[in-house]
Design a protein around this ligand. Sequence first.
Ligand SMILES: [Zn+2]
Length: 285
Amino acid sequence: MEPFLLQKEQNGCGLLYIKGWLEKDSGLTAGFTSRLGGVSEHPFGSLNCGLHVQDVPGHVVNNRQLLAEALHAQLNDCTYAEQVHGNEVEVITKEHAGAGIHSREEAIQSKDAFITNQTGIFLHALFADCVPLYFYDPIHRAIGLAHAGWKGTVLQIAKATINAMQSEYGTHPEKMLAAIGPSIQGCCYEVDEVVLTRVREVMAELEIDNEAAGKYCSIYEYLGNYKYKLSLQQLNRQIMIKAGIMPQHIEISSLCTSCRTDLFFSHRKEGGKTGRMAAWIGLYE
Ligand SMILES: [Zn+2]
């Protein structure tokens, strides 16, 4: 069953919640924005949350405010970052509150993963096809969020985030939950030999089998002409399993951002001129 469920908020914005997690812990909020219900205009229509895509900055801040309002959070308690397709993890505390909400200069710089065990702070990362990874340790009540495009995926940002939660909060990977959010899926994600070489290197290093997820769910498939279909979702899932997360504790969205431009922004499908969705996770005070 699809773990990310779309809900239309009272203020009009459309948000997808990781329903199963919120049922387990009512003090947790985690999900992904759709493109619905914001104030931005074409090609950012309409809930664009990214300041770096030539949208009107005031519209973006307005959209981020709508999101915060729907989450019953203050925009000043949110954090946004300048992501660089790396694998560095920032430990977030109350001191980061409000980072990057109004400007890129004040954002957390050069980080793609965020962890915290503090309440009242809401981590955000931005996406338009790349893969959002969510982590939740119910024992130590710690959370994490990572941005994994193909580069972050092969740099094993999933493992880096899990390791950081282990060392900072004493998280046991076998007790934690993970979710892989809406993103471009194998149906639409074609890559070349350069990308696939890096994928094969990681798979060899971690001893991941291409058919690890089952016969009809391979990580990559050859299309001919030096092109491949790649499932970043399945690769991230295997990296999580190798880092100690139990397979049954990992939920994967089946929503493809490129197939569903009615719901999502897609960098590939829309030729780079589009908005960004926000993934968020936070613990209420
Ligand atoms: Zn697709």
